[in-house]
Every structure is written in C-alpha cells, then in structure tokens.
Design a protein around this ligand. Structure first.
Ligand code: SF4
Length: 350
C-alpha cells in the first residue's frame, strides 16, 4: 500500500465514531455545537505542545478564569503570566503567548487562515493548522504526534521518522475531508490517544480497522523511529541565600533557558556547558544536596548550596522574597525542586 492512496471511507467512519465517542474537554466544542472561541483553542494548543491533557487542564482553567479573553491576556504583565505558567515547562511558550496575545489584540482578533496564524509568535505549522480547522472550520491538514502514529499505521509507512514526515503528511492530506476538518482533526487526535496508542493499540475497537494496512502486522512498530541520541548531563550549582524569613531570588535573562523566570541564582550552566561562574557572594556555604531535572536536550544535575544570615545583599539585581509566599514566586520546576531541598536541609544544617 502506498502513502498516497485516497480513501473516502476513512473520514466518514472516523466522524461517525467521533459523533458517538468524542472526549469532552474544557476547550472543545462537541459535535453539533457552535465552533469554540479561537482564544480557547489557541491557548489550549500552546499549552498542549509537549504536555499531557491531564497536566494542562488545571492551567487552562486558571488562565481562562484570570484572563477570560485574549485582550485581557494581552494587557497582563508578562511576569504574572510567567508565574501562572510555572510548572508547565517549555517557558518560551509563555513568553510567546504574551507576545501573540498582544499581536492579536492589535489586529483586533485572531487571523482566520493558516497563513495568518503562522505569523503569530509561537504558532508553527501544526498549531496554525489546528486553530484554522478547529476554530474557523478551514480545511487544514493537522498532524501532531498522535495523528502521525495513526497515519503511519493506516498507510503502513515503513520509512523511519523524521524522514517519514513528508509521506505521513501527504497521506493525511488524502484523508482530510473538505467539511468538518476541525472535527476530523480532533477525532484523529482522540483515536491516537485512546485507541491507536503507542503500545498495544486496540485494533478491535478501532473504527478504521477495515482500512488499516498495518492491522494484524504488528502495528506497534510503526511509526519507525530513528534511534535516540543519549542526552548529555550538565553540572551546575544554585544558591539558596536566606535572611530573616526571606530568600534571595533573581530574574533570569529574557533569552535562553527558563528566560524571564524568577529563580534562585546559579553559576551559569546551560544546555551546552556546565556552570562555571562563582557564588553570588562570599560566605560559609553549606551543601544541601543535589537535584536532577531532564529538559528536552539535556539533563542538569544541580548542587544546592545554602547560606544563612547573609549581609550585605548579594551582588547584582534580585529581591528578598518572603519564605511563606514562596509558592507564589512562580519558580520553574527545577528551581522549585532545589528550593524544597534547601528548605528541607535547614534543620539539618543549622
Ligand atoms: S486498526 Fe489498529 S493500528 Fe490500525 S489505525 Fe486502528 S488501532 Fe491503529
């Protein structure tokens, strides 16, 4: 079977299944309901990049309660948005979220074409296609990781990823209908997350089983993936400086890892190199242990050093943050882990 075989049965069968089984999600309009607000579609799609539905739901509820429309988000201070995003990861998404909200507010509304949407910061090919299809009913070929897997199996595309992406996209194009492209995209995503799962796909329950070229031929092996490269492990240090019920926090530079986020000071580690900078001040530093955290391209092992009763203030910009309000600081996960370790070590080290 080739990757270009059109099949009109596939969208019809899939949409019938979706009409009966669509997942109710906070950002989704169910079949037959009016199309969802583009703001909610865009926000959910940005949050869902690299993140699971379960992890996104509370953040989506919080964001839409605080900023119910794109204009409200556009008017929000960036540091508030960054703090609300803390824990969701991939923080460049939050910075782009604010930039895109401001661009949309300036435009007077969301662009309603893939081409227009792609011009917004943080909106790539997949997200533009998803918003165009789901919020505006445009015919768009929407291929995320779930759809990629379903299509690779349906058409038995044996070529390994990432080279297979072109063939997968062409195959997806042949089954994308003119009408209900948004429902079709969401149905493919649902099928991929609930039936055509990475491990043990449930082919017996699949509405597309009759048209699937991989069924009965170990579909689990598709899509074929190129072997993963080992991630480098970087070493760094971070500094917990405590004085009279406060801890010294800094704001990271706007560009680069965790850019613009509030954090503990550190020694300048990055994806490419171990930390090499010195401590922010002289003192009798105590070793509070180490935390390990994995990012997309590397793992960091961060040694946490603790200093109590610092005087005068450390060098550089920063602020003394009250310890009892530390959870409101919006520390990214790595530094929240380091903070927990430093606090747990207080009794032991004092
Ligand atoms: S029949 Fe099985 S492998 Fe094929 S699309 Fe359905 S669940 Fe996936």
């Amino acid at each position: 079977m080739t990757a270009t075989r059109p099949d009109r049965q596939i969208p019809a069968k899939l949409l019938d299944w979706y009409d009966a089984k669509a997942r109710a999600l906070p950002w989704r309009a169910l079949p037959g309901e009016p199309r969802p607000d583009p703001y909610r579609v865009w926000l959910s799609e940005i949050m869902l990049q690299q993140t699971t539905v379960a992890a996104v739901k509370p953040y989506f509820a919080d964001f839409t309660a605080r900023w119910p429309a794109v204009e409200a988000l556009a008017a929000a201070p960036e540091e508030d948005v960054m703090a609300a995003w803390a824990g969701l990861g991939y923080y460049s998404r939050a910075r782009n979220l604010v930039k895109a909200a401001r661009a949309v507010a300036d435009l007077g509304g969301f662009p309603d074409t893939e081409e227009g949407l792609r011009k917004l910061p943080g909106v790539g090919d997949y997200t533009a296609a998803a918003i165009a299809a789901i919020a505006f009913g445009r015919r768009a070929v929407v291929v995320d990781a779930n759809v990629e897997r379903v299509v690779a199996r349906l058409f038995a595309i044996e070529q390994p990823l990432p080279a297979a992406r072109k063939a997968i996209r062409e195959a997806a194009d042949t089954i994308t209908p003119e009408e209900r492209a948004g429902d079709f995209a969401q149905a493919m995503m649902d099928l991929g997350s609930r039936i055509c799962t990475p491990r043990k796909p449930n082919c017996d329950a699949c509405p597309l089983a009759g048209a699937c070229a991989a069924r009965g031929n170990d579909p689990e092996r598709l899509p074929v993936k190129a072997p993963k490269k080992a991630k480098p492990v970087r070493q760094g240090r971070t500094y917990w400086i405590e004085r009279e019920g406060h801890v010294w926090l800094v704001q990271r530079p706007p560009e680069g890892m965790l850019g613009g986020m509030r954090a503990l000071p550190d020694d300048g580690w990055s994806a490419r190199a171990d930390g090499a900078g010195g401590a922010p001040m002289r003192g009798d530093w105590a070793d509070a242990g180490a935390v390990r955290h994995t990012f997309t391209h590397f793992t960091i092992e961060l040694t946490v050093l603790r200093l109590d009763g610092a005087a005068p203030d450390p060098a550089g910009d920063g602020l003394w943050w009250p310890l009892e309000k530390l959870k409101d600081a919006g520390l990214p996960t790595l530094f929240a882990k380091a903070a927990r370790l430093a606090e747990a070590a207080r009794e032991r080290l004092l």
